[in-house]
Ligand binder design. Structure first.
Ligand SMILES: Cc1ncc(COP(=O)(O)O)c(C=O)c1O
Length: 387
């Protein structure tokens, strides 16, 4: 069977081998603790599931949804952005709901890229920033994120030919996998760069609601001029414990939102109306949800960071996200370290190299495991690292 060239261009799935090893360990009776995937372990709050139950019993929600999204949800997003970020959005032209941030990140590539063009993508970064451009027949140009620069790309270092063929720039703060937050003034520089190079900025705001120590994450759209050059992708997955619900939105520049919508109407048929109404309830009445979840993750972050520091791993305590990004011990690559940890302690952590070449030398711990299991995992890591 011949698969498409488009599909053949994708790099091998780096987690596949790890997944096989985990399955083998489990089959051998090992009590595996996975700190690999960022999927909240506690259920979606009753406020949201109760709203879904009511909406699901209403026969008015059972037919094909409109791909524009229900006015109730678009208006709830507009109220949320105004209240939370002080950003005004027109629910008619500047907001389209998406089936999670992943769908949106991918489809933006199809909407804006052609062969010969490129997207600027953070390295390390969420894999769809690089896989998406390839599947769209275009290219991803990597922008290194390094600790010395606070894990923001050096815009000056982007080669002129790359800037010329780039139509998109993917950014993500608070950042997966590094846990970094955006430094003051960076978004302003991005707006100027995007204007000068005629690039659409796509800011992935999947983690703005999961923050610690009093830090409040900004929206890219708060930046003066941002709406002229960019869109933001918001997701309810992590902040509201709604990964399975597939709820998010693309918001911002009206022309870009319209292009995304035009593409989307040809691909899927929108979000179940009852889910849209439940998501609107989360946005309108659920400000406490991400705050409460952030307290949980902050406690877990302290647990993990404290244990790693005790055994000499120099790790920064992230101000946001559900991840701790730590350097692998000397003498290891990311992959060899993660394999060793699995082998010796039955704990799964993600190899940094899986997120891009500049992730090499790091590993990522996800905090989405209940405290007791996380404590157990940390004890095992401590034993393995100290040993
Ligand atoms: C940076 C980033 N963007 C997008 C996503 C996908 O989010 P969603 O569940 O909204 O599709 C993730 C999930 O891990 C992520 O880390």
């Amino acid at each position: 069977m011949k698969t498409s060239e488009r599909l053949d261009r994708l790099p091998p799935y780096l987690f596949a081998e790890l997944a096989r090893k985990i399955a083998a360990k489990k089959a051998a009776g090992v009590d595996v603790i996975s700190l690999g995937i960022g999927d909240p372990d506690t259920p979606t709050p009753a406020l949201v599931s109760d709203a879904l139950a009511v909406a699901a019993h209403d026969g008015g929600t059972h037919q094909y949804p409109s791909n524009r999204g229900r006015p109730e949800l678009r208006e709830a997003f507009a109220r949320f952005y105004d209240r939370r970020f002080g950003v005004e959005l027109d629910p008619e032209t500047e907001i389209v709901p998406a089936l999670g941030a992943k769908e949106c990140v991918f489809n933006v590539n199809l909407a804006f890229l052609d062969p010969g063009t490129a997207a600027l993508a953070a390295d390390p970064g969420y894999p769809v920033y690089t896989g998406g451009p390839l599947l769209a027949g275009a290219e991803a140009v990597l922008m290194p994120l390094v600790p010395e620069l606070g894990f923001v790309p050096d815009l000056e270092a982007i080669a002129a030919p790359d800037a010329q063929r780039a139509r998109l720039m993917f950014l993500n703060y608070p950042n997966n996998p590094t846990g970094a937050v955006v430094p003051d003034g960076f978004f302003e520089r991005v707006v100027a760069y995007a204007r000068a190079n005629d690039i659409l900025v796509v800011h992935d705001a999947s983690y703005t609601e999961t923050t610690f120590d009093g830090y409040v994450a900004p929206s890219f759209l708060e930046t003066p001029g941002a709406k002229e050059v960019g869109v933001e992708i918001f997701s309810l997955s992590k902040g509201y414990n709604m990964t399975g619900w597939r709820t998010g939105a693309i918001v911002g520049n009206a022309e870009a939102v319209e292009a995304y919508w035009k593409l989307k109407t040809n691909i899927d048929s929108g979000m179940f109306d009852a889910v849209q109404l439940a998501a609107a309830t989360a946005l309108d009445d659920g400000d406490h949800i991400p705050r409460e979840m952030s307290d949980v993750y902050q406690r877990r972050r302290d647990l993990v960071v404290g244990a790693l520091r005790e055994i000499g791993v120099e790790v920064a305590a992230p101000k946001a996200t559900i991840y701790v990004w730590a350097p692998v011990p000397e003498g290891h690559t990311s992959a060899s370290y993660c394999e060793m940890v699995l082998e010796e302690s039955g704990v799964v952590v993600s190899p940094g190299g899986a997120y891009g070449p500049n992730g090499e030398g790091f590993f990522r711990i996800s905090l989405t495991v209940e405290d007791e299991r996380l404590t157990e995992a940390v004890e095992r890591l401590r034993a393995s690292l100290a040993g």
